[in-house]
Design a protein around this ligand. Structure first.
Ligand code: NI
Length: 203
């Protein structure tokens, strides 16, 4: 996910430090992983659960973070770099080099609020396109962290939004599939060089 405007309120994140995941939050000339764009079939393939969290999982997460920071995003899912594993990285504090990112492995939403929010989303796989999406305001999610430890998080605000957006990627769903304003969607896609046929609308 990529931020449309200014930072919204920062949500509660998991509390333990994750220094092992800290990589420089700066742009690289050549990031390690290429981020696939709308129209690439790879984005539509569901991701597999990770059986055992290993150093290889952490290497993938660190490379995803490097590519995400280069693209100035706040969230990235493994299928966006062609890796079909249930792995997400999120960092809502790009300005602060010492704030650890959040790594979510095998994330599952265990409950969603009935209250809904509308928020303008963007995606590193659809650069330039920003559109309103309606989602539950708050979610509870279970996952494993980068050390394989089971975790639980209640997330609202920007964190809740970002988690839902990224978990969609693990199921081959893109935020444009959730846009109800068809005219706005068509216009925004056209202006940014994308094709409507690559949207799999959920409406
Ligand atoms: Ni995205």
């Amino acid at each position: 996910m990529v931020l449309a405007g200014s930072f919204a309120q920062l949500a509660r994140a998991a509390d333990k430090s994750r220094d092992t995941m800290l990589v420089p939050k700066t742009a690289m000339d050549v990031p390690p992983l290429e981020i696939l764009k709308l129209g690439d079939d790879s984005l539509r393939q569901p991701a597999r659960r990770i059986g055992k969290v290993t150093e290889q999982s952490r290497d993938i997460a660190r490379d995803m973070l490097r590519s995400m920071y280069t693209a100035k995003g706040i969230g990235l899912a493994a299928p966006q770099v062609g890796i079909h594993q249930q792995l997400l990285v999120i960092d809502l504090d790009l300005e602060n080099a010492t704030t650890p990112p959040v790594v979510l492995i095998n994330p599952e939403i265990t409950s969603s609020s009935s209250g809904l929010d509308t928020y303008e989303e963007g995606c590193l796989s659809i650069p330039g396109v920003y559109l309103d999406v309606v989602r539950p305001s708050t979610v509870e999610v279970t996952f494993r962290d980068e050390m394989g430890r089971p975790r639980k998080m209640k997330a609202d605000g920007l964190m809740g939004r970002c988690i839902q957006h990224e978990i969609d990627h693990l199921n081959g769903v893109l935020f444009v599939d959730r846009v109800s304003d068809k005219a706005g969607l068509q216009k925004e896609l056209r202006e940014n060089g994308y094709q409507l046929q690559h949207v799999q609308s959920l409406f």
